[in-house]
Structures are given as C-alpha cells and as structure tokens.
Design a protein around this ligand. Structure first.
Ligand SMILES: [Fe+2]
Length: 292
C-alpha cells in the first residue's frame, strides 16, 4: 500500500467536511504523505528571479526565515526584503492549509520556521550523517524535542522539474529493525550536553533514540537498498505535507522548494498513540521523556 494520499484541493484555505478532515488527520498521523498536486505556491514575475542558487550565501543549506530574521541569503538589502516577503507569504499559506485540514493543530502554527531551498536536493558534498538522499526520519542533534512532533509543509516551486522522494517503510517496521542496534545514553550525558550548550535544553532518551535511528538508517547501505520503499514524484506546483519525524524519506532529486516546519506537542494530536514517542515507548517498554 502506498504511503501517499493524493487530495484534489486547489485552495490554501479549503472548505472541508468533517469526514474529509478526519480522513486527512488519520492519513498524516498514520505516517502518510498528503500530496496536493493542484495547490501551487505561485511566484510573482519579480519573484521568479529568486529561482537561482545564487541567492544562497553558500554556507547554509537553506535560506530561512525565523520570525522576521532572514538567514543564509545573499543579495542587497532590498532583494533580501523581497525574498523574506516571499517566504513569509508561503508561511501564511502553509498556516492556512494546516489550520483548515487539522483544526486541532492551529494553536501551534504561529511559532514556525520557514525556509527556501534554492540548491539542488542532491549533489552537495556532505557527510553520510547529513546526506538527506538517504532514507531517514528527521531528528536534530542540537534541538531536543522530547516527543514533540515535526510537521512539515513543502511546495515545489520549480517551473519544470519534479521533486522526487523515496519514501520508506512505516515507522514501526523501521524501529523494529533498527532499535536492536541502538544503545542507550550513558547516565549524565544529557545533562553534560545541555551544560556545554551543545543542545538547547536536556536531551531526553526519546531524542537519543530518534537521533540513533536517524544515524543507523543512514549509515546502513544494505538497509537503504533493501528496505520496502517507493519513489514519489512531486510535480511542479505540488504542495505536500507529512510528519517528517515519522515518515522515512529521502530526497532523490529536485530544486527550488519552500518548506514550513511546525512543532506540535503530542497532546495536540488527534491520536497520540500513533506518534513515534508512543510507538518507541511500546517497543522499549519504558518511559522515554520526563513527566508526560
Ligand atoms: Fe529529512
């Protein structure tokens, strides 16, 4: 069965029935990808000049907008202001979409970070751990989230090229395969990393396991080759969303994508029992975050 569900929505703030909203929530919380091929993020004629990797400052992977701070961009102040406005407009569209599809998530869309990726998805010379052309779930070394979810909205703004992903097996199947190869953190490690400010706040056992699953999957080329997977094409003008901490995904090709990241507490989910935290606690038989 495909992990991808295609919906025929053509508006950022679509009108949906309760049944349609429930089906969308079930799909995404089950680890599916919702693909919206008729929901393009349209660039103005002036904004089309941003379809070039030269707007990247060459150091960061993405150009990102955090509040009103633009990072990773080159260009004059006026150009950067227009680029920031384009990214902010996408943030508004993504917030409307998430609010319409999943009203329970609405209170959490405001504090999100938005980015623009002008570089090709593959071809950068990076270490295996940073190589997003290998299947992985998202987990960030410096940002422990203690079970919070990572919901992402993407849009392919390339005028002609598909963005292509590989999508792997369901989270639980992946965890059953890779968890036996993961070791638990040494006592005191989390406090030490937080004290040294390597992490923003202490890393929970959940964070340690998620980072380990991310690394074990990427490091294992036989797993990359042999696990159940499908190739998914996001044609120009397609928007899609998924929980990227749950969906095994790999970027195969593409360029020019906007991306919105929304962090959600597990309590915001329609069914917390299907979250990676609940699955990992069930599989390991222990509590993985403090006091929840
Ligand atoms: Fe990723």
């Amino acid at each position: 069965m495909s992990a991808v569900a295609t919906l025929d929505l053509a508006q950022w703030r679509p009108t949906l029935t309760d049944d349609e909203r429930e089906a969308a929530a079930r799909t995404i919380e089950d680890g599916g990808v919702i693909r919206l091929p008729r929901l393009p993020f349209l660039l103005s004629e002036r904004e089309r000049r941003f379809l070039s990797p030269e707007w990247s400052d060459g150091r960061a992977k993405n150009i990102s907008l955090d509040g009103d701070r633009l990072r990773g961009a080159s260009g004059a102040a006026a150009d950067q202001a227009e680029l920031a406005a384009m990214i902010a407009r996408f943030a508004g569209c993504a917030a409307e979409l998430v609010t319409a599809l999943f009203p329970r998530y609405a209170p959490f869309v405001a504090r999100a970070r938005t980015s623009y990726r002008p570089q090709p998805a593959v071809g950068r010379n990076v270490s295996w751990r940073k190589d997003d052309s290998r299947l992985h779930v998202d987990a960030f070394p410096s940002r422990p989230n203690r079970g919070d979810r990572i919901l992402r909205v993407f849009s392919n703004v390339h005028p002609a090229e598909d963005r292509v992903w590989r999508v792997g097996e369901p989270f639980e199947a992946m965890a059953k395969t890779l968890l036996p190869r993961v070791s638990y953190p040494l006592p005191g490690t989390a406090a030490l990393l937080a004290a040294l400010r390597v992490t923003k706040g202490p890393r929970s056992v959940y964070d340690h396991l998620m980072l380990s699953l991310h690394d074990r999957a990427k490091a294992d080329l036989a797993y990359q080759r042999d696990c159940a997977q499908e190739t998914v094409h996001f044609t120009p003008g397609t928007t899609w969303l998924c929980f990227s901490d749950q969906v095994m995904h790999a970027a195969a090709s593409g360029q020019y994508m906007l991306e919105q990241t929304i962090h959600l507490p597990v309590s915001a989910l329609y069914d917390p029992a299907r979250s990676p935290l609940a699955i990992l606690e069930r599989l390991t038989g222990r509590a993985l975050v403090p006091s929840h």
